[in-house]
Write a protein of this length. Sequence first.
Length: 164
Amino acid sequence: MDYLNGGSMADKIKQSENGMPLEQVRKLFRQLVSALYYCHEVSGIIHRDVKPENIMLNKANEIVLCDFGVSNLFKSENDLIKGSTGTIKFFAPEIVSPEKTKIMRGKKVDIWAAGITLYNMMTKQFPFEAKTIPQMQHILLHEPPKLELVNEHPDLKNLLERIF
């Protein structure tokens, strides 16, 4: 196992004043998308807990996706998953829906969480926030993301709107 002395993405975000610089975010987000592509398309893995705390950086400032403790394996194109695991701030709406037999597309759940991570990297905030779990469930199901903080970056805002 490699020693990852660059800390976590969460550490980098905390160290930033109002979010990380755009060029650094672009570089790291491309790497995250590449890691998820490898998980989904090559290895048949749904991570299920994509968040800055589970993204480590090596000495070359490259990301390493870690903590596969709640991940799922899938075969062929069947990426269907059940249940809610992970961190609610990074949950997709289908995870918190009131349906008893929630069946979700795992790849989409990971991409949603990557979008939340991207927004967090850029702004040091979250597009969906609440003080309680029931409030967060309501917001995820009924309110649009708050993307005002990325208005000065139209391409980024467009990407986030498409993800969410």
